[in-house]
Design a protein around this ligand. Structure first.
Ligand code: 8Y4
Length: 330
């Protein structure tokens, strides 16, 4: 069940090894793997059947061809000191920020109106809606592809009506009893992210026997729950949820073994941007001073076959991806 691709190849070496029958394409993409780790040990990748989810090409998702990495830029609609959000200044600042990220090359804008940081104050759904809807409407009118970052069904519905084209739920549709049915009825593609516990308390004592196996199994169950609600498999992208109920060693393990998640058969999104594990691996830097580490982790994720990167620093990431892409394609 948990098969991990090893001995990854890229560029011409990947093509040649696949053509020679000594490697398999990873998720149908430009990378290839020549070995696979199973419960029985390490075997040639060619032992897998051609239809195995690690190998099968990914169809287009949310209208995007997945053969080139996609950049999802983060737009937080945060209240100012005079208002709880939905006010002119907060909305105008978020729209301006979204436009800047689009100009810098973002493929998707992820718009959120609720902080899921540990200890953050919960926001009433009507406030969350008042924050995000005018921002979605304005940026969708500019032609942006918008994802709505929410764990609340009423927000998903309002966002879809305002023009959002993707639902990004950090609880994988477990955060609200209506989310499965609302997401299904919207017909929108989704990102299902792994979380252990609740945002408020998830960092208190995260525990796993094997974090990658636990994330795989939980996401597999959430994919089945979504399918049970009538959501087609092709609509679903998955995300290991770096930092969501994970300590430093869990995050490092997950990133090192990310390629195993392709066994779920879905496009893979990774969010590492400015997260605390970067400071923990370095010198305790503040979020704004974690850009270089964020890019290092993002390029590592691409090397594991990730399809979509969720980032704050779009211009820097676009430049890094262009250089990475040229070098690994050679
Ligand atoms: C500084 C700034 C430090 C922000 C940490 C953070 C993900 C996500 C978040 C993710 C998906 C965050 C909404 C956490 N992370 N959605 N959302 N994947 N799909 N923290 O990894 O950015 S919020």
């Amino acid at each position: 069940m948990h098969h991990r691709p090893l001995a990854l190849l890229s560029g011409r070496a990947a093509c040649a090894a696949v053509a020679a029958g000594t490697a398999q394409p990873l998720a149908g993409g430009p990378l290839a793997f020549s070995l696979v780790e199973t419960a029985d040990g390490i075997q040639p990748a060619t032992a897998l059947a051609a239809g195995h989810p690690l190998i099968k090409p990914r169809p287009a998702w949310a209208g995007f061809d997945l053969s080139w990495p996609l950049i999802m830029g983060i737009v937080n609609v945060t209240p100012d000191s005079f208002s709880d959000g939905g006010d002119h200044a907060s909305v105008a600042a978020a729209i301006a920020h979204g436009r800047r990220l689009l100009a810098e090359g973002a493929d998707i804008l992820d718009i959120g109106g609720e902080s899921t940081r540990p200890g953050a104050e919960p926001v009433p759904v009507d406030v969350e809606i008042a924050r995000v809807v005018p921002v979605i409407a304005a940026l969708a009118a500019d032609g942006a592809v918008i994802s709505i970052d929410t764990r609340h069904a009423a927000v998903m519905q309002a966002a879809a009506a305002a023009g959002a084209k993707i639902i990004n739920d950090v609880t994988a549709l477990t955060g609200d009893p209506d989310s499965l049915s609302v997401a299904a009825a919207s017909g929108l593609p989704l990102v299902l992210m792994h979380i252990q516990g609740e945002p408020q308390t998830m960092q208190l004592a995260p525990r796993y026997a094997d974090v990658t196996a636990a994330v795989f199994d939980w996401l597999a169950a959430r994919i089945e729950a979504a399918r049970g609600a009538g959501i087609a498999r092709e609509k679903i992208a998955i995300d290991p949820g770096i930092g969501f109920g994970k300590d430093l060693s869990h995050n490092v393990d997950l990133l090192a073994r990310t390629a195993g998640l392709h066994g779920l058969g879905c496009p893979l999104l990774i969010g590492v941007s400015r997260k605390r594990f970067i400071a923990a691996l370095s010198k305790g830097e503040a979020p704004k001073d974690r850009v270089a580490g964020s890019i290092a982790a993002a390029l590592h994720a691409l090397g594991q076959g990730a399809h979509i990167l969720r980032v704050h620093d779009v211009a820097a990431t676009v430049q890094a991806v262009a250089v990475w892409q040229a070098l690994q394609s050679a």
